[in-house]
Design a protein around this ligand. Structure first.
Ligand SMILES: Cc1ncc(C[n+]2csc(CCOP(=O)(O)OP(=O)(O)O)c2C)c(N)n1
Ligand SMILES: [Mg+2]
Length: 376
């Protein structure tokens, strides 16, 4: 290889390039991949379809609630459902997830009630779930920092001496394409690599970091970065729930059996705005969105189920009805969420009392006492 050939621009068409692992085409045709054989029963397929539709319904409801002033903000996962449900359903009870702020589908797979997520975006809880109970850490807004937390956790698993036993779990860190430019992520890659830590780095490449396109993050496909750090990287069709399931399952199994880290790049597209405060029409082409609509993660599963006679119209209707019911309940629950007392912000900062915290708490209470009681 010459220097000139190495300098060639990367192949990054919207088909994901030649390395893309796919098991279900955008047209809903099942294809095989020699490295990722996957046996799924009709029941499992219908279950995955149901997950995708319900999660999209939860997400849509949260966007509407934000528009109506019920939430302060929402980061929509629209278009990324397959990446999250596929990888989320590959997890087992002993694995530990370190998410960003958009992993609502993974949270759902880990049994975190959607209302807990909404509570955080409504500003009435500080991430209202117990990470240990769900194997799902708190949402992280500081881009990329959770990859270091996840790596440290993975090194802890390694030191527990459980790798290769049935009790072994792996850590999995979720992050975006933009996050790959952060120092934290690159440091996490180095630590994970040299420690041979049981971790999966799951990058959802949705092509954008707010208004910054992928070309501003990397000259080479992101999955190939892993090679430079000394562990395998694989690019999977992030809109293909089966491929995401198979690839993540294999990567987690490698981690649990002591074979070290893997970078999974789920090649997908953020169909919505970055968050409800963003307007993507300011920086991207409508034609790109239209092209990606044809690769919708839900439509391809539906097409496959229908063509193979694995699901009936009644089934599809019942899933739609279920998604609507879940969303309606969520709306009701969200509106009924009580406002916490102002002093609640001091809770859960430290596990045990802390002198500085106590001082601040008392000062805040004294400040609140200066207000007159307003009759209801
Ligand atoms: C350390 C840090 N820098 C900047 C920000 C502001 N910020 C929030 S989201 C975001 C873009 C992240 O893009 P990407 O990693 O691709 O994730 P995506 O939102 O597309 O899922 C930025 C820069 C932040 N939260 N943390
Ligand atoms: Mg992104």
């Amino acid at each position: 290889m010459t220097i000139d050939s190495m300098r060639a621009a990367p192949h990054q068409g919207d088909d994901g390039g030649p390395g893309l692992v796919q098991l279900l085409t955008p047209e809903g045709e099942r294809v095989e991949h020699p490295d990722y054989p996957l046996d799924v029963t009709a029941d499992e397929l219908r279950g995955l379809y149901r997950d995708l539709v319900v999660v999209r319904g939860i997400d849509r409801e949260a966007v509407s609630l934000t528009r109506q002033g019920e939430l302060g903000l929402w980061a929509s996962l629209l278009g990324q459902e397959a990446a999250q449900i596929g990888s989320g359903r590959a997890l087992t009870g002993t694995d530990m997830v370190f998410p960003t702020y958009r992993e609502h589908g993974v949270a759902y797979c880990r049994g975190v009630e959607p209302i807990k997520l909404l509570g955080m975006f409504r500003g009435v809880n500080h991430s209202g779930w117990n990470p240990a109970e769900h194997g799902f850490h708190l949402y992280t807004i500081v881009i990329g920092s959770q990859t270091l937390h996840a790596t440290g956790y993975a090194m802890g698993i390694q030191r527990d001496g459980v790798l290769g036993t049935p009790n072994a779990g792996a850590a999995i860190a979720y992050f975006g394409d933009g996050a790959t430019s952060q120092g934290d992520v690159n440091e996490a890659f180095v630590f994970a690599s040299v420690a041979h830590a049981p971790i999966v780095f799951f990058c959802q490449n949705n092509q954008w970091a707010i208004s910054e396109p992928l070309e501003r993050q990397s000259r080479i496909p992101l999955y190939r970065r892993a090679q430079g750090f000394g562990f395998p990287g694989v690019r999977v069709d992030g809109n293909d729930v089966l491929a995401c399931l198979a690839v993540t399952r294999a990567a987690l199994e490698n981690a649990r059996t002591g074979q070290g880290p893997t970078l999974v790049e789920a090649y997908t597209y953020r169909m919505g705005a970055h968050t409800t405060t963003d307007d993507p029409t300011r920086y991207r082409l409508k034609s790109d969105e239209e092209a990606w609509k044809l690769k919708d993660p839900i439509e391809r599963v539906r097409a496959y189920l229908a063509r193979e006679g694995l699901a009936s119209e009644t089934f599809f209707r019942s899933v739609d009805d279920e998604a609507k019911a879940v969303a309606a309940d969520l709306r009701k629950e969200c509106r009924a969420l009580p406002d916490p007392p102002p002093g609640a912000m001091f809770e859960h900062v430290y596990a045990a009392p802390h002198p500085l915290m106590t001082e601040e708490q008392e000062a805040f209470a004294a400040y609140l006492d200066t207000f007159e009681e307003v009759p209801a």
